[in-house]
Design a binder for this molecule. Structure first.
Ligand SMILES: Cc1cc2nc3c(=O)[nH]c(=O)nc-3n(C[C@H](O)[C@H](O)[C@H](O)COP(=O)(O)OP(=O)(O)OC[C@H]3O[C@@H](n4cnc5c(N)ncnc54)[C@H](O)[C@@H]3O)c2cc1C
Length: 578
């Protein structure tokens, strides 16, 4: 097999799945689209039914006297979203916004490198196409937010109830452990483990290196290696579309407009957000109105675009685009992501590697680790996601899912053919690099200009070197020695002493990628206040990943769900006072 053939296999399966999607087999699981007319008025309008927007719409409609319109650019999640084992087939399809980032200013391998940025365009947003790892981040993250924002309501003790509020944990081991107190069991988001015996030999190797093997990384202590939790239950993906919308699809006060694209927020003369311009599925343009508030939940890339198109953003940039400025704010700046280094290890010979063929489960056995280099530190510096796979699947992950250069992936494949492969994503959890989102046009349908800025801060390379070196000690463990495990290296870096400074400096820029954790472009503390209100205007909030001031120490879906739970309470409180 070569990398081109591996990707062509994926495309063939995607084509078949696109045909199946026309049957709309999943539509019974989700709310139907409402008939919305020009000029309709609601108490609240929520724009974007992703991880955050679905939760906000659910919580606001708990009061039967409150009407909510939820506007979503995409439609129902297809079968390949609902079945966890098919997750790799969603990229670059009609449910992906298909954004790319131009990385010309960063220090990655190739000049003017273009990176694929997968983003969900359907009910549930990215929660309908993500890799379903349930990770809350570390208490230190939220205590830092509270310090920056000078608002204790964001410290760990005060956000923990919102993590608990959203969750229905179904794992018996954690439920019978002291960590039970950190988990919810009564809510919409079902969470399970996907246990696998194949992880044991690797967990033993991590233990040999001195890492703790923990039952759960989602309590008040996150360090150690574990079999993680997933937003998978009852054989299906627990997207927010499934958990928070499917379960309330008959609420008469929830109105949903699918396949409809919001293009502009309308303000009155006093800068109150009062309406929203939308292009419907049939290209009809309508304006809808909100009595109380408009909540923007269109995600880290589209939220800054919508705000800027509506006159909220950096003055110079808006004026250069011919847009009248309503509020001069650093919208689009502060873009953050985890940019992991991909480390591949060729393990024991296995002519036929046991692969999960069950589409109801996560496709490979996996372990996660949270590590602090300084042993007296209680929060992690880096995260590893460790997938146990085979050379052919590793080739697909490498060249397709994680968009690494074909030739490099091909080389990895050749050097691991017939073997088990440990595919590791090793992420610096607190990168200093920042990217940016700008408008490239006043046409709302034109994608914004995105620069992820990966490794634009030099210290991130240094940190990635330290973390990769630390992880690579795994080669010294008994199991790795017994099977004569090898770190796969690209041709260009061969000849350099493995583990040397020179080696990592060569290697890392070529095998770094994205894990799609984009946050921060409308951050609390700069664009928003700590109640998520947009500064300089009234009746407008942003509730999604863009509101995060500093990226969390792990995957981002569940922290965003927590923000949405907290936001819904703040919206209810603030409007009750009026
Ligand atoms: C491939 C992939 C794998 C990932 N894996 C994990 C993981 O394993 N675990 C984890 O915790 N996180 C993971 N993440 C990240 C996580 O899923 C996201 O951070 C999170 O879902 C983002 O939530 P959000 O509410 O900010 O935005 P989104 O979920 O993106 O929601 C935004 C919604 O707004 C809609 N929208 C946008 N513009 C408009 C408009 N103008 N009008 C109307 N609607 C609009 C979009 O279609 C979308 O539905 C992954 C992400 C991806 C893409």
């Amino acid at each position: 097999m070569d990398a081109v053939a591996a990707i062509s296999n994926i495309h063939s399966i995607q084509n078949a799945l696109q045909v199946i999607a026309t049957l709309q087999l999943t539509s019974y699981m989700f709310p139907h689209s409402s008939n919305i007319n020009d000029g309709s008025i609601y108490d609240y309008i929520v724009v974007g039914a992703g991880s955050a927007g679905s939760v906000v719409a659910n919580r606001l409609t708990e009061d039967p006297n409150t009407t909510v319109l939820l506007v979503e650019a995409g439609g129902d999640p297809p079968v390949d979203s609902v079945l966890p084992g098919l997750m790799v087939y969603l990229k670059e399809t009609s449910v992906d916004w298909n954004y790319t980032s131009s990385e010309e200013n960063s220090r990655i391998c190739a000049q003017n490198y273009v990176r694929d940025m997968t983003r969900g365009k359907m009910l549930g947003g990215c929660s309908s196409m993500n890799y379903m790892l349930y990770a809350r981040g570390d208490p230190h993250d939220y205590n830092t937010w509270a310090d920056i924002l000078k608002d204790e309501s964001w410290n760990y003790d005060n956000v923990l109830p919102y993590f608990i509020k959203s969750e229905n944990l179904l794992d018996p081991d954690i439920l019978n452990s002291p960590n039970r107190i950190f988990h919810g069991v009564n809510s919409f988001l079902n969470v399970t483990k996907q246990p696998s015996n194949e992880t044991h030999k690797y967990l033993a190797a991590f233990k040999e290196l001195g890492y703790e093997i923990v039952l759960d990384s989602n309590g008040n202590y996150t360090l150690g290696y574990s079999q993680p939790l997933y937003t998978i239950a009852n054989n299906v993906r627990q997207s927010t579309a499934h958990s928070f919308l499917g379960t309330i699809k008959n609420r008469p006060n929830l109105y949903i407009l699918k396949n409809s694209f919001a293009t502009k927020i309308i303000f009155d003369d006093n800068n109150n957000a009062i309406g929203l311009k939308i292009i419907k599925e049939n290209d009809e343009i309508i304006t809808v109105k909100a009595n109380k508030e408009i909540i923007i939940s269109t995600g880290t890339i589209n939220t800054p675009q919508l705000l800027m198109l509506s006159g909220i953003g950096p003055r110079e940039h808006l004026l250069s685009m011919g847009i009248d400025v309503i509020s001069d704010l650093p919208v689009g700046e502060n873009l953050q992501d985890h940019a992991p280094v991909v480390l591949l290890y060729a393990m024991e010979n296995k002519s036929i590697v046991q692969k999960s063929t069950d589409p109801h489960r996560f496709p490979t056995p996996l372990m996660t680790g949270y590590v602090a280099l300084n042993k007296s530190q209680v929060f992690p510096d880096y995260q590893t996601m460790n997938l146990i796979t085979d050379s052919a699947s590793a080739l697909q992950f490498c060249a397709y899912s994680f968009n690494i250069d074909y030739n490099i992936c091909q080389r990895f494949y050749e050097d691991s053919k017939g073997k088990e492969v440990l595919f590791v994503l090793c992420s610096n959890l607190k990168p200093k690099s920042r990217g940016r989102v700008l408008l490239q046009s006043t046409n709302p349908k034109k994608p914004p200009l995105i620069n992820l800025g990966h490794y634009s801060d030099y210290t991130d390379i240094e940190k990635s070197i330290a973390y990769a070196n630390d992880f690579n000690r795994i080669l010294k463990t008994k199991y790795f020695k017994n099977v004569d495990a090898k770190l796969l290296v690209t041709q260009d870096c061969q000849g350099l002493e493995q583990g040397s400074e020179e080696f990592w400096r060569c290697y890392i820029p070529c095998i770094s990628t994205t894990i799609f954790h984009y946050v921060g472009t409308c951050a609390m503390g700069s664009v928003l206040d700590s109640r998520l209100r947009v500064s300089g205007v009234q009746k407008l909030r942003v509730v999604d990943g863009s509101a995060i001031p500093i990226i969390t120490s792990g995957n981002t879906n569940v922290p965003i769900i927590m923000i949405a739970e907290k936001a819904a309470d703040m919206i209810k409180e603030d409007n009750a006072k009026l």
